[in-house]
Design a protein around this ligand. Sequence first.
Ligand code: OGA
Ligand code: FE
Length: 291
Amino acid sequence: MATTTETVTSATLNGITVSSDSTYIPRGPVKTKLNFFQDPADGSKPWNYVEKPTDGSPQRNFGENVVEVTMNDIRGHESEFHLDKDAFQVVQNIASEEKDFTDDEHIKKVYYPEVEKLLLENVPGAHKVTLFDHTVRRSNPGAPRAPVTRVHVDQTARSTEWRVNLHNPEEAEELLKGRYRIINVWRPLNGPVQASPLGFASAETTDDNDLVPVEHRYPHRTGETAAVRHNPAQKFYYWSGMKNDERLFLKCYDSKAGVGQRVPHTAFVDPRTPEGAPGRESIEVRALVYG
Ligand code: OGA
Ligand code: FE
């Protein structure tokens, strides 16, 4: 039987080394450009349409401020980051019975209970979890949802309160008296991640003044998200080569004062991604966490 010997080469461009090995997993700190918020020129309140308008009108009324930042790798430092301090946290070695992630009803039946259990076990004080949404992202051109390359936070204080009323109408009044949070549980579907990793800025390093409420216009309802202005104090991270049995908790809101409240996040282009690496696929499940 013939054997082949492959030589792994690498090319260096602008100080970035790109491997010819398509299985290469980029790790360690890297510089990349992120899209931040640019205030609308006319001073109007920012808005965006969730679905691209079909009549050619613009999808949003605000611009982009593209800034180069360093993404720091938390791999090997996982235990240094906490929901109450950074507004993100990771969990490892999590098994799942859901394999395909192609059928929404199956995801709700099989994957949701696993996520609920994970949150109850890993978020101190949590006594009730309501999962209200999930998004599967794939990178192929026809995919309905792709990685998001814009720094944002999914909810604000206002939209979290709306969500409590929308998803727990009977108990909302009582639940709003206690602590309530929105936490996204993010994982890849085709890890280890080589392309479009998720970046996130520690809540400790982000200023409320840099978070800008954006009217989030769905076809039948309007929500509110937050766009993020760049600030050199922001410290960005990612988790290199994230695997399918790893979970990232992204806290979007916390009603408790004095803790890290929310984590700005975005997908980013890693210039070290080797040619031929698969596009990133992932799922995030959104949860109201009470207690
Ligand atoms: C999220 C999110 C973007 C992405 O999980 O809230 O914004 O590219 N994800 O996965
Ligand atoms: Fe998000």
